[in-house]
Design a protein around this ligand. Sequence first.
Ligand SMILES: Cc1ncc(COP(=O)(O)O)c(C=O)c1O
Length: 397
Amino acid sequence: MTDIALAQRVASLAPSPTMTLDAKTKALIGQGLDIVNLTAGEPDFDTPEFIRQAAEEAMNRGETRYTPVGGTARLKKAVIERLKTDTGLSYGAEEVLVSAGAKHSLYNAVLALTNPGDGVLLPVPYWVTYPEQIRLAGGEVQLVTIAAEHRGELTAEDLERAVRPNTRGLILNSPSNPSGAVVGRAHLESIAQFALQHHLWIISDEIYSRLIYDGVEALSIAALPDMRDRTLVINGVSKAYAMTGWRIGYTAGPQAIIAAMANLQSQSTSNPSSISQAAAQAALEGPQEPVEEMRREFDRRRRYAVSRVQSMPGLTVNEPKGAFYLWVNAAGVMGRTIRGRNVTNADDLALVWLEEGRVSVVPGSGFGVDDHFRLSYATSMDRLAEGLDRMEQLLEE
Ligand SMILES: Cc1ncc(COP(=O)(O)O)c(C=O)c1O
């Protein structure tokens, strides 16, 4: 043993639970077991070829050196154009910061806006990383329960119940990971009113904005009247372009906040990979058909998975309108015994499915709800069908 003690900020840090289950699943796969993995947080598609080519060309041109900390001028221009096209929002180069993935953008944003003791509203279920980032900044996580009748869609009434005198901000994630819920225009307008009234900043994580279904609108709250000055829009290329490994995310927002985030980044990671930046520029500027092709395939799987899950005993699910996950309520399974194991929460259920059924899903505990689980349909239709068969079989025993 050593006499070196860890700093408090990391001693209490929870490892990402989605990564933990993923690691367990991969370990079993590594032992040669045929596991159907429905835990993935990334598209199963390859990065489109023209994007890979752009990276190769950048390398061959010698773009292998430091770039400006906050991204090349060319990539920022591509980000600005894309935001204009997709959201109608106009930003200048000094209002955009490129980082090493949207997770990094979020980290810079939370650190730049949160003082120790500040309250940050976080709707439940939340993506696993948000509470830990808020705590790392010394902030207080203020959980927001979404009224059941709104089927996962956040409303201003939910926020009113959770707001406290020390509340300074809100993390909004629409479309949501894990629930796939998309906040519609009317609710978004009332959330904007709420933020104005309480003088809150908003971090709007729009990483799944391109993966939406049934013709719903993925509106940015920053585009509503008076909201641009208090909102950081976060997006990236990971999910829409199947580029999770390239690590490019970006933030657009008020110049003073972007400058502070750029300072932080300049003293920690500096610029994201020059080669990835060239690839991201090609992705944002190039043909967008590959995004639409992937979106259509996700949609097909989504409808199939929803209908299968809805017919399984003890499970219910709201049809997700975005992202590539089903957020399944398994309350009807709690208290059952499956293969001699008591199932008291979704962690138990996920373990039974993994060890007895050889199918892996992510229990909801990491997202703040322990009788739900997240099922990712970012896998081939065949594997998805096989995984759902295995889940169903155990539930019907
Ligand atoms: C809601 C949400 N935000 C941000 C990210 C991070 O994206 P990136 O891979 O670009 O860091 C993820 C990835 O899982 C996510 O689900």
